[in-house]
Design a protein around this ligand. Sequence first.
Ligand code: ADP
Ligand code: MG
Length: 601
Amino acid sequence: MPGSADALRNILRRIDGRGYKAYRDIRGSFDLDPEGLTLHIDHVQGDPFAAPSKLRLRMARDVSGIPEDLDVTPVRRLALADLLVRHAAEAAQSSGSGRQGSGKSGVVWIDVGGQEVLERTACVVTDEFVELRLQAGLPAAGRRVLGREAEALLCEELPKLAERTFRWENLDANEAYRFVECIENQEHLRDQLSDAGLIAFIGDGSILPRASGASDLPLPASDAVPFVSPPSLRVTLALKNPVDGPGGDRHEIRGMGIRTGVTLVVGGGYHGKSTLLQAIERCIHPHIPGDGREGVVSNRQLAKIRAEDGRRVEQVDISAFIDNLPRGRSTRNFSSDDASGSTSQAANIVEAVEAGASGLLLDEDTCSTNFMLRDARMQALVHKQYEPITPFLERVRELHDELGVSTVLVMGGCGDYFEVADTVITLREYLPEETTEEAQKIASSLPSGRRSEAGSRFESVTARIPQARSFDASRGRKDVKIDAKTLDLILYGRDAIDLRCVEQIVDVSQTRAIGHAIHLAAARFMDGQATLREVVDALEEFFDAEGLDALDPFHRPGRHPGNYARPRGLEIAAAINRLRSVRMKQVSSEARAPGPDPADR
Ligand code: ADP
Ligand code: MG
């Protein structure tokens, strides 16, 4: 049974001025409002400078009064929860209280997302309750309890925060419906892509450019050229919820469809090519209203590919791209602690396909030149016998025709790709035109003179089985120590996983989730039989069924689970592939020739 607000006040008055450890006495649950608001104090920080305390604020659903139709489907519920987190973060900021005292005294911290809407642990909505998971610094003077300040924080400010976040009468109903319907529309558009033969869709009027390289906010309307589809690539998709436009409610949206197959994006430097690709990259997730990309959706399984020299590669069959290394080194089960630009890019592609990517996104800005192309002159000078690389150009068609994997390639510098593209889009002053026919005409009237050099066909990728014992999350005296303080770095036990080149992670809470998901997968799903693909699929199923609360190995049900946002299986696989200690066994290598277990070498 939860204690009363008075009980909490009494404890705080009693421990006022005592050593910080006395805060332990407030662990537990308290009914701040007998009508239906409970504060759960799940974890109390050890000192004012430690990670803040973990609290949950739970309001009964009927007290909150949020209408049922706002979360009748899983997508709506996810959107609603995301919106409530945004309200809470705003309310916490504007309350501007506290901050007197040492360390993190009085700071309230809520794990709010950026422009993307993701499934996250910061808020849970059910038919019975709405619950916010937050952190707060319990107030201290030096290392002494500031009881009165704590009382103000816990018994006055937090109830106010809950009221502002969860009470329907304090919310803007129009905004709430607009938000939820906007996210639902995006998922509805995404669901139509594959039947329409598309891997991405960019709605007319979208604002793709961002405010700056350091900001994901839209470029101000006065500076941005809104997107307009070329007539030949225009498709119309249905909206789930009508949106108001100049001529009344619209039930459809028009825009440019990017079809399955090979799409080439060309155009002069600075004409918006990378911006278009980045929008496609990011729109695997829905965006908040006002972002400018609410009308842009991509297939959920698109993977950004780039060169990444220096990365670790473990037992990847990259022979479709690279073969005959000097000194006869095999590339059928290629491993390296320091891959080159081209071998890393080859591994990134093979791994993405292995993990279930439906399409690849490449930008010349971040590709390895010799991986992308070998032109006629270079073919004449350097004999194929001495060139291990079969460039992407020779494989991009097979990737689609044999493996069903589409490509969108930004390539302003090389016309040799005209032959292999199904669609060519030219950007001119940020506006797209379809130039497929023109490009094909040019390709036949100005032959590249290249010879095809690919030997065998690229028809399949070799699956690998991750070896559970090569995952060790322990550090020092701790059995499990996994941290993610930035978007692109996981400290996994004593290993560091560098994710700087895994570009589709958008939230540090996803990075944190990936770190813990690896540990969970190693413990539960890596049985020596399951392939990496099966392992990440099992994780996805686990998240669908259980949510993200169980990610922290020390989590107990009914407690603050920590801050997580849901990553895709593709990103989890990418992180596993970059763990320097990881050992894999190829599935077919067992059947071909039972060699020594690489983990035993
Ligand atoms: P490219 O890859 O073709 O060289 P970028 O996509 O990097 O070009 O874009 C160059 C610059 O133009 C960037 O600063 C970008 O923000 C800006 N930009 C891109 N698209 C638009 C647009 N639709 N309206 C206004 N500015 C844009
Ligand atoms: Mg560019």
